[in-house]
Design a protein around this ligand. Sequence first.
Ligand SMILES: CC(C)(COP(=O)(O)OP(=O)(O)OC[C@H]1O[C@@H](n2cnc3c(N)ncnc32)[C@H](O)[C@@H]1OP(=O)(O)O)[C@@H](O)C(=O)NCCC(=O)NCCS
Length: 208
Amino acid sequence: MAVIVIDHLPADEAPLRCPSGWDRLVELADSRYRIRPIRPMDAPLYPYFLRMVSEDDLRLRYLSTSKPFSPERIMKLTQIDFERDVACVATDEPSGQLAGVVRYGGQPDRQGAEFAILARSDLHGIELGRELLLQLSSYARAHGIRRIYGLVRRDNVPTFALASSLGFVSRSHRDDHTLVDVAKELIGRSAAAVTGRTMSDRMLEVQP
Ligand SMILES: CC(C)(COP(=O)(O)OP(=O)(O)OC[C@H]1O[C@@H](n2cnc3c(N)ncnc32)[C@H](O)[C@@H]1OP(=O)(O)O)[C@@H](O)C(=O)NCCC(=O)NCCS
């Protein structure tokens, strides 16, 4: 595995502290995964994770051919200002390898946040995507974000299945007919009311 060295940032550029209380263990397809906020120490996990993601999935995630994942880019992906943005990972237990990532960039007024999600291609279909998006939606709601939305390629069947089963509504993109906006209002509706299920269905343990 390639080793990525993370330089220490000057104090005024250091990422804010990882939020606590958003760490849980779930069991999916006889394996255990920890769902938790991303942290800078996750950077060395990225090269293996990315090797396990197909080119097609990367294109679906980035809506284009992805730029190379330089150590600097990976550093940016893992050093999050949790005041504005959020990223959560699923890691395999006990190996600690990265299995999936979900993130959003918030708007300063907290009206909405755009999410993006990526799971390892060899682990699709075991509901990792569902657990990650549920975690992100719960986090966003708890932090006063009113609406969570994403831009999805029209042929991205798995993401539509995932989003619609979690109560997201799809609408054709205004300018680009190859894209669809999926969005969910978070304030005033609970995920459980929409999905009939809660994150705790598969939760084994919550870390303080
Ligand atoms: C989107 C993604 C994260 C879903 O992850 P996943 O762990 O496979 O999803 P889940 O196992 O939680 O399944 C969620 C739903 O999708 C459905 N699904 C999963 N793979 C599917 C497939 N290949 N075809 C059709 N439906 C599929 C599941 O049946 C499930 O539907 P349900 O809720 O109605 O039962 C994953 O496909 C991925 O990483 N795709 C590439 C990146 C991407 O497209 N990102 C979205 C744009 S940002």
